[in-house]
Design a protein around this ligand. Sequence first.
Ligand code: PAF
Length: 274
Amino acid sequence: MQIHSSIPDLRATLKTCDRIVFVPTMGNLHEGHISLMTQARQHGDTVVASLFVNRLQFGPNEDFDKYPRTFEADCEQLQGAGVNVLFAPTEQDLYPEAQQYQVDPPDIQNQLEGEFRPGHFRGVATVVLKLFNIVQPQVAIFGKKDYQQLMVLRNMTRQLALPIEIVGGETVRAEDGLALSSRNGYLTPAERAEAPRLYRVLCDIRDAIRDGDRDFVKLEQAAVVQLDTHGWRTDYVAVRQQSDLQLPLAGKQSLVVLAASRLGIPRLIDNIEI
Ligand code: PAF
């Protein structure tokens, strides 16, 4: 695996590479990331991963400084997963001057995650567009665990006519159902034992909807009560349309249930498609 931090060096390497599949990450890799790398190998010839903790997408009171940085272990895992090239820029490489030109996604950036993390999707869209311009992949893969992020990036790519196919990778779960996430590492043992409840409440909503329950507000509220009586502080549990993450209209559509809740220090997010 070749490792580059400088943009010109990376570009020189990629010039001779065929069909590039790109998997951007912020590092601290786990099985969820590795499954995206494995999936990437099926979509092209050269798998490029990036590793960059993007300051722009963190709010002032979020965990940018504490975000786990595990470069050596990450490199080993990427090598084992058959990644060909790793782009691991420093902040100076990627943002040598203040990033004043930014991508401002439409109103969806203020809903769900965006309501609780103002500016987050602007930071994500900006860094991903910049990474796309640097790597120039034919395909890019993002995990479905960050469902809203996947939708924002898919829409950005389509509306800006970027010649890139966006692929969603399935969420990888621990045996007890907890979605793998770098932030799970912040959980105490007692919180880790409690954490699968988030997935269970999503499954309960899915099952109720499959059984014909259409009172989404009641289902959402019951889930919040269940979580919060077990020590969570829930930001939202929301039933939305898969296509645009808007409130479901009457009739049959594909739905997704999304949730974000804090358990101790970490804020966990998860979702389930119906
Ligand atoms: O999902 C992530 O890890 C990040 O949001 C991404 C897409 C790498 C952009 O920094």
